[in-house]
Ligand binder design. Structure first.
Ligand code: NOJ
Ligand code: CA
Length: 715
């Protein structure tokens, strides 16, 4: 049931009290947020957790071009507070209903030093953190302005442990570092050869979200929500006093954002709790985003898919059709090229994947390398690479549409833009119409390379607008989107629920062809990247060592096979891939059963244990079913995960199918050893799951009849 209770108190201040500070408390009264004006009439704020300071007084302000900046010389015109408590149901998600409960403080400021220009600061204080944004209402002396930088301060209380990636305006595909704030050296980003397009800022800059832990056990995270018409935010660390200051991605002429009143920035967010699980369970980012702009959402459905994909990354087949390196869109006669004999996206191979999807209950088959242009797509900063509508001669799109439809499966479209975004924007309508004609309803987009318009960054204002233009247009064609290499998400999937997922972090693919993702990687992602939205991580790799494909290869996935199963539960996404080759699943159908069964949409989520960088155990209830799935993962250390199943219906008995690491499993030495056991369980059962180094466990829990339980032991 939806309910709303709002108390509004409007306080108008006499000149004499304007300088005093104003505080609000979170609905549970644990957090206190204080706003005040400094001696120079600069807006400042601070945050306490109980009596403990979390954010010390820090300044708020925006620098603009050719006019007085929004930094100081303010007086408080109006102060309004309210309490909001409403609930809403997401189209898909980790829980069925989301409660949005916060206390708001809206401070209207007049800049006396600049013709009384108005800026409004809106603070929303939740139980597990706050968001605030700058708003610029329409007014006489402010219409258009250019932001040259944002100077929001987050003044932390000490040298916290941090999980961070280098501040970079072009990529978020770094491995995480775990160091104290004072030990951050983002220059390491310049040496990461496997990420081709990088724009590292400099040594003291990190990206958000940054997950931290204070010496006295507080979990703190700085992030942002609803990045629309504004660049993404990075943070500069002052290592003397732990003052973190925002900076935002510039455009080719060095400006950062072009705003026109009425305007507002994204929300600046700080999470804090003494329980790590509160950060994982928080819906604060979604709550700070606008409700769905799509009225009819009936066509938006979570997707479980396979694809001609991992075989490309492990070098089994190729995206390109011919081995030439100079082709021209609209001119090259593709039929006259000699096929290289290794092309992955052939009609025949696609049919094999469609058959496999149909047999095992997958919704879609992604096919990469189906369209002309892959011979000459990479690293040239070339504008006209793909047209998104011309298949290679050996990919019969009409025939495949019929074949897929006859098997109840859909093909998933792939639009690698090669970061030539101007080209993509020109061709988007035609590309989406083509998808409608051939029965596709989901597209994986990609932005590998340096952006065109040349000089723009992946995280700049022009690009954050582009990603939204794509999902907006896609919605008109009833198309769902999965964006690779975009800016990291900030909850906009609430507003655009057809934006099912993004990559926007280091995915499993790095394990195929680089040093890969260290075993603790997946224990950090939910505390960082996933706070902004679902990730297309592409789990489910069973053939862990790449030497399987080529004896010279040293690369490997840095987990056990059982941990790959657990990721379907611990890394939330309504779009999940079974990423390995069908052949590798055929060889282990018993373990594959978990991937076939696991849900991709949920009524409820319970975080049972969590520590960033170390371990996560969580359970989720499948949407509309009395069936639960549990995932437990660990870092490079073996450990036992403990799970009390008290979330189960107390009147019901269940069968738990437990997929765990074998006793001698180890992510490096013996990653593919697993076992599967079945037990009878109830809400009183405490599972003790042994996780190998780099290991994990996955459990499916179904209600069972007396008949089904015959011969099974109680756990
Ligand atoms: C990078 C993407 O992350 C990957 O999934 C895709 O296969 C390649 N680009 C080619 O588009
Ligand atoms: Ca990528």
């Amino acid at each position: 049931m939806k309910y709303i209770s709002v108390t509004l108190c409007l306080l108008l201040f006499a000149a004499s009290v304007l300088a005093q500070s104003h505080s609000i408390q979170s609905p549970n009264n644990k957090l206190t947020l204080t706003f005040s004006l400094s001696a120079e009439d600069e807006p400042t704020y601070s945050l306490n957790f109980g009596k403990k300071p979390v954010v010390l007084p820090g300044k708020l302000g925006i620098e603009i071009k050719e006019q007085t900046s929004f930094l100081k010389g303010f007086k408080i015109e109006k102060m309004e507070t309210s309490l909001i408590d409403v609930s809403w149901d997401p189209v898909w998600g980790e829980v069925k209903t989301i409660r949005n409960n916060y206390r708001e403080m809206k401070v209207t400021l007049a800049q006396t030093s600049a013709r009384n220009r108005t800026m409004i600061l809106v603070f929303r204080l939740f139980d597990e953190g706050f968001g605030f944004r700058y708003e610029f209402p329409e007014q006489d002396f402010l219409d258009h302005f250019v932001v040259t930088d944002e100077k929001t301060e987050f003044h932390l209380t000490g040298d916290h442990k941090a999980f961070w990636i280098p501040g970079d305006f072009d990529t978020n595909e770094y491995a995480y570092s775990e160091t104290k704030l004072s030990e951050v050296d983002a220059e390491i980003g310049r040496r990461v050869g496997e990420i081709f397009t990088r724009s590292v800022i400099s040594k003291d800059f990190i990206q958000t979200p940054v997950m931290m832990k204070s010496a006295d056990g507080l979990y703190i995270n700085i992030f942002e929500a609803a990045v629309v018409n504004y660049p993404a935010m990075c943070l500069h660390i002052n290592k003397e006093n732990f003052l973190l200051t925002s900076t935002i991605a510039p455009d080719p002429v060095g400006n950062k954002a072009y705003l026109q009143t009425p305007a507002r920035t994204p929300w600046r967010v700080v999470f804090v709790s003494d329980k790590a699980a509160d950060i994982l369970g928080s819906k604060l980012i979604l709550n700070l985003n606008e409700p769905s702009k799509i009225e009819d959402v009936s066509w938006i459905k979570p997707v479980k898919y396979i694809g001609i994909w991992w075989e490309l990354h492990v070098g089994r087949s190729s995206w390109n059709y011919a081995d030439v390196n100079n082709v021209r869109l609209g001119e090259t006669d593709w039929k006259s090229l000699k096929p290289n004999g290794r092309h992955g996206a052939t009609t025949e191979r696609t049919k094999y994947y469609i058959d496999f999807a149909a047999e095992h209950g997958f919704d879609q088959v992604l096919v990469e390398g189906w369209n002309v242009g892959w011979e000459d797509w990479f690293g040239r900063w070339k504008e006209e690479v793909f047209d998104f509508v011309t298949p290679y001669p050996d990919f019969d799109v009409a025939e495949l549409q019929k074949y897929a439809a006859s098997k109840g499966v859909k093909l998933m479209m792939h639009h690698e833009t090669s970061a030539s975004v101007t080209n993509y924007e020109r061709r988007m309508d035609e590309a989406f119409s083509f998808m409608n004609t051939y029965g596709y309803n989901a597209v994986k987009t990609g932005y590998v390379g340096k952006i065109i318009p040349r000089g723009e960054y992946h995280d700049g204002q022009w690009m954050t607008n582009h990603y939204v233009r794509v999902v907006e247009k896609a919605a008109k064609y009833k198309i769902m989107v999965n964006a690779h290499e975009p800016v990291r998400p900030t909850g906009l999937h609430r507003t655009w629920p057809n934006w099912l997922a993004c990559e926007a972090a280091r995915g499993n693919e790095f394990n195929a062809w680089s040093q890969g993702n260290p075993p603790f990687h997946e224990t950090i992602l939910p505390f960082t990247r996933l706070l902004g939205g679902p990730m297309d991580y592409t789990p489910g790799i069973f053939q862990i060592k790449m030497s399987f494909y080529n004896p010279d290869k040293k690369e490997q996935v840095h987990t056990t096979l059982a941990k790959q199963l657990a990721l379907y539960v611990t890394l939330y996404s309504p779009l999940q891939m079974a990423a390995d080759l069908p052949e590798n699943y055929e060889a282990k159908l018993d373990a594959f059963q978990f991937i076939k069964d696991v849900a991709v949409d949920w009524d409820d989520t319970k975080i049972l244990e969590a520590e960033p960088g170390d371990y996560i155990t969580m359970a989720r209830k499948a949407k509309g079913k009395e069936v639960w799935y549990l995932g437990a993962i660990t870092d490079e250390n073996a450990r036992t995960a403990t799970a009390l199943l008290s979330f189960l219906d107390p009147k019901q008995t269940y069968i738990a199918t437990i997929y765990t690491d074998a006793s001698d499993a180890h992510w490096e030495k013996n990653p593919m050893a697993y076992r599967i056991d079945k037990y009878v369980v109830t809400g009183k059962t405490v599972l003790k799951l042994k996780l190998a180094a780099g290991g994990g466990a996955a459990v499916s829990i179904h209600p069972a009849s007396t008949d089904q339980m015959k011969g099974l032991k109680r756990y």
